[in-house]
Design a protein around this ligand. Sequence first.
Ligand code: BG6
Length: 513
Amino acid sequence: MSKLLTLENSLREGLGSQRSGVPCSLVIFGASGDLTKRKLVPALFSLYQKHLLSTSFSLIGTSRSQLSTDEFKHRLKSALDEKIPGISSALWESFSQNFHYLPLTGGFNNLADYQALSKLLNDLDQKNDTLGNKIFYLSTPPEVFEDIISNLGRVELTREKKGFSRVIIEKPFGHDLASAQMLNQKIKNVFNENQIYRIDHYLGKETVQNLLVMRFANSIFEPIWNRRYIDHVQITAAEEIGIENRAGFYETSGVLRDMFQNHLFQILCLVAMEPPISFEANAIRDEKLKILKSIRPFEEEELKTSACRGQYGGGYLGGEKVVAYREEAGVNPLSTTPTFAALKIYLDTWRWVGVPFYLRSGKRLAKRISEVAIQFKEPPDLLFKNNLQAISPNVLVIRIQPDEGITLKFETKVPGMAFEVRNVNMDFRYGTSFTVGAPEAYERLLLDCMLGDATLFIRSDEVEAAWEALMPILNYWETTSPQEAFPNYEAGTWGPAMADALFVKPWRKWRRL
Ligand code: BG6
């Protein structure tokens, strides 16, 4: 069978089969934090409602907060009620009957706590028949990742004597290349790579996964998906929100670490990668890795014209006044942390040589919208010279969120006696084509981890290659002042005007969204 047929078959199998979770215990470190109540528990609840959570499932929350199991459950229930009103007590009771809370007594580095955890896991295994399967979810500040992992190793919870032992690690994975390499090394001291699930919630988004299906389950795109037909690609992740009480994290992170190293680079990989030889995790990750490695290294001189940074000032969003980044609680009033970045990237591959990829992301922009736009080359403008409007190039827009869907923009004749040409849209909308809503990203990713499917998780070499590509910009920005004094864009706009300078050719410009 040809490789492409194998891929097509595995796409069909992967898509068609209904999968449900296996017996296991999920241990969440940092369980009193926001992620557990905002994302993880709602995702588990949704799996439960769809009968995709095994009846032999236990949840253990652990963190430094000194809570009882009842208090922990009460917090989760209140948060869930806000998201999904009307959950009956009976339903909640049956969903949460195997939830437990274990307070840490001495921070994250006290062996006795891990011994207690090991004992609790054992007891629950006997009681709920979880077959010794366990998943550790690290939803803590990254500073304590190493402590948690090495202690899990010390009490041998990382060993797969009976059942599986997996670890899910939240971003940020490292602060730069050196720290990511170090963290990888530390984790690999106690876990094998196939036990490690580095999460990027963008990969759990239905529309991001659909990039693979759109490209590789259709035959019309492949022949034109290259430098001969594509003029350039734009990837946008625009947010209306600011930093939302996360000054501590954001001040030391900034937009490149927060959005580019992971989410935007992963989307770039899915748009640009070669067809994998199968739909299996490592086959896909091998291809993504090649893209990350093909990012042309940024020379210092080039950085002035290929990378633009910005920081929001005060402004208006949805009619409400919002403060400047420097005025947010916990932010240094002279901070030079970028909240916006735009990059022009070239991939040195046979398929993409010469095709620029423009990536932009920022906080406090005019609209929340994430999309990929593939702009095709202009047709030779010979036949319609007298058209009042210039012929516009075809654009294929993949809307990641909101209003998920795909639009193809193409030229058409305006009805009438004249020969006027104008562009129109051919549109696919998830909302109108499907009656079922898309599952939340975390729902999909938790289930995949339970099933041992690492396709939508990031491998160690990918993380490192992404950091490696970003390091020249991070180093340059951290050692030089911005070309324009910060703040250089008003909240509620599309970022600094300077970002337009990334485009040299007159027919290329940022899409107006
Ligand atoms: C997170 C970033 O990873 O992604 C946040 O840390 C950002 O700063 C968020 O707001 C965006 O996710 P989504 O799913 O809302 O696009």
